[in-house]
Design a protein. Structure first.
Length: 90
């Protein structure tokens, strides 16, 4: 996750980067039932949720590497559109 804070005189704008390296402005962090060591979930103003990688994501005991973000073109079809908008498009 990359968290940038841009402050102006009137507001603070948070920018989160999800696991596909796509930036989301003004999203809120969602409290989940269980805490996760490596990820957290954000929700945008349309109610769409995205998974983000924590900045200090630790290795799991049986893994040899850290989690890394993916490329934006690896994201599923219609990734940035709300689920209730209709048919999938290519």
């Amino acid at each position: 996750m990359t968290l940038k804070t841009l402050s102006t005189e009137r507001q603070i704008l948070l920018i989160y980067t999800d696991i596909f390296s796509i930036k989301h402005k003004d999203a809120k962090v969602i409290n989940t039932k269980n805490d996760f060591n490596r990820i957290f979930v954000i929700e945008d103003k349309n109610g769409v949720r995205y998974t983000c990688l924590k900045p200090d994501a630790q290795k799991m005991p049986k893994m040899t590497s850290h989690f890394k973000t993916l490329k934006a073109k690896s994201a599923p079809l219609n990734y940035l559109t709300p689920y209730f908008t209709g048919k999938r498009t290519k």
